[in-house]
Write a protein of this length. Sequence first.
Length: 244
Amino acid sequence: MHLYAIGDIHGQLGLLQAAHELIAADMARHGPGRVVHVGDLVDRGPDSRGVIDFLIRGLSRGEDWVVLKGNHDRMFSRFIANPHEPEPGLRAELSWLHPRLGGADTLRSYGVANAGDRPVAKVHAEAIGAVPAEHLAFLAARPTLHLAGDCAFVHAGIRPGVPLSQQVERDLVWIRDPFLQATESFGPLVVHGHTVVDAATHYGNRLNIDSGAAYGGPLSAVVIEGREAALLTPTGRLKLIPAH
């Protein structure tokens, strides 16, 4: 059994399409497999709307895809529901429309301009009219954990010492430490994004595939067989050797 995973997309539709082309080429050689997207579909990049449209279309035509929720997807949904409700995973001085978060870039892809520079109430009213209900329903329905093969796929990570069945959404989409510092086995190989690394990295107990597409880096697509993984490249598979 082999599985595929794609890292944090952040509105980079062209990179997402290219990642799926790499996966299609690998499937042509090795057979079909499920594709898991580890979340952060939106923010910072230029075409969050296009990314969501692409994923909805793929799922509607029956592609064997899983699309998880990331913290940025959660912030988008929560802004539309109530722009004044604090996000528990975010520092109090920040908001989804802060330039560091990229919410204004997402709203721009829906035709809402200058969202970071105008009163929140006006921006929110425009967003309500601009974001399709289908997109909001899609984001609301995203799971936060997917188990397949020897892997647990999540956006950010899991809280060490807590059974998978008892993990909470805030940790699954926001956690860094103590997850990133843990060296013990989590049971399954945890495949995640959320924390940017220079290149997809296998740590033995976890596999981080957020290679910084939000900041001009590549969008990583990997293939996983058992607990072994390889980065997909235009010239084929590049095995990822565990760092520990």
